[in-house]
Design a protein around this ligand. Structure first.
Ligand code: FES
Length: 61
């Protein structure tokens, strides 16, 4: 999904996304955005990260 560029933010983003999907296996785009709001990424512009979390939700479900 192009969610990783430099990778600096990736560990925190992955842990945050995983915690979200444990609580809410089928989040909306807005719920993903809300969950990740504390994770700063200087590279991706966030859309790719949100797309990746939504794809992970589909594949884990
Ligand atoms: S991928 Fe570089 S800070 Fe997020």
């Amino acid at each position: 999904m192009g969610a990783i560029q430099c990778g600096f933010c990736t560990p925190g983003t992955v842990l945050t996304a995983y915690a979200l999907l444990l609580k809410n296996p089928r989040p909306s785009r807005g719920e993903v955005r809300q969950a990740l709001k504390g994770n700063l990424c200087r590279c991706t512009g966030y859309q790719q990260i949100i797309d990746a979390v939504l794809l992970a939700a589909q594949r884990m479900g």
